[in-house]
Design a binder for this molecule. Structure first.
Ligand code: FES
Length: 316
């Protein structure tokens, strides 16, 4: 995981149509300077003028080093993130951008990589495909969209021999990821980003593979937040203690008490609220940490995870 938490003023320099309900948003620094390098799979934090902060995957890790481009689909259930972007953001506006950060890194030297994406989940996967293509590595890409007019980068994908496009409406159903995984060469690395049913199918089909070969990016929560309460959180640096009651998350209690700590999605998918754990047994509910990282329990996402022990000490 890489981190660059400082914020940069960036100008929205172009909005381009990508597919129905999806636009590409291009950002540059006002002085035109180069930007920190991008790893495939990385995302940036966009601080919106309405006070929200949202993470969006970068579309490309190649080419112009003075731009960041993200693909944003207008989510019909939007709580103000993608809806605000589509309705109110205009070219020339200056926004604060954090990152890039990467919770979905690509293992570039794998013998073979299998990239699977659904819908707007193509954005980090497309970045990975471009890198693997540039490096001349062996890979295959499977992209599913509901209808052809909702498909993002369809022309580019159709020009890429390693890519296969599945249109649900034309195929008469969803893409079945199980045979793709079963037929891949032994030792392949598998990546998936897409809607929850696709991710569930992917996790089921890869459950017997070594965890290090399986890589997933979630946009929405997969587990309920831990709100059982009944434990105490101690902040080591400030010496403050908080009883976490039933129905509340650690983040909510800290915010109510005026403790200034970063957060964004409040769904366990962005990593903005990650804090080092000093002691205690974490009840992990996020979508970011791997099983190995959960067992090591060195960090916690306080927006959704709780504590199995009576006391949890955080490095805050
Ligand atoms: S705020 Fe996004 S993971 Fe906690």
């Amino acid at each position: 995981m890489t981190a660059n938490q400082s914020l940069t003023d960036m100008r929205l320099t172009a909005i381009r149509f990508a597919a129905r309900d999806t636009n590409l948003y291009e950002f540059r620094r006002p002085d035109g300077a180069s930007l920190p390098g991008i790893e495939p799979g990385a995302h940036i934090d966009i601080h919106l003028p309405n006070g929200m902060m949202r993470q969006y995957s970068l579309v490309t890790a190649e080419g112009d080093s003075s731009t960041y481009v993200v693909g944003i689909k207008r989510d019909r259930a939007s709580r103000g993130g993608s809806r605000y972007v589509h309705e109110y953001l205009g070219v020339a506006e200056i926004l604060k951008i954090g990152g890039p950060r990467n919770h979905f890194p690509l293992k570039e030297d794998a013998a073979h990589s299998v990239l699977i994406a659904g819908g707007i989940g193509i954005t980090p996967i497309w970045s990975m495909a471009q890198r693997l293509h540039k490096l001349g590595r062996s890979f295959e890409l499977h992209y599913a969209c509901r209808t052809r007019d909702e498909g993002v980068f369809l022309q580019d994908l159709q020009a890429l021999p390693q890519a296969k496009v599945h249109v649900d409406a034309e195929a008469g159903g969803f893409l079945d990821v199980a045979p793709i995984i079963a037929n891949a060469p032994t030792g392949s690395h598998f990546y998936c980003c897409g809607p929850l049913p696709m991710l569930a199918g992917f996790e089921s089909a890869t459950k017997d593979l070594p965890a290090g070969q399986v890589h997933v990016e979630y946009f929405t929560a997969r587990e309920e937040a831990a709100t059982e309460g009944g434990y105490v959180v101690e902040l080591r640096k400030s010496g403050l203690e908080f009883a976490i009651p039933e129905g509340r998350t650690i983040l909510q209690v800290l915010r109510d008490a005026g403790v200034d700590t970063p957060y964004s999605c409040e769904e366990g998918v962005c990593g903005a609220c990650e804090i080092q754990v000093v002691s205690g047994e974490v009840d992990h509910r996020d979508n970011i940490l791997t099983e190995t990282e959960r067992k090591a329990s060195k960090t916690i996402m306080i927006c959704c995870s709780g504590s199995k022990s009576a006391r949890l000490v955080l490095d805050l």
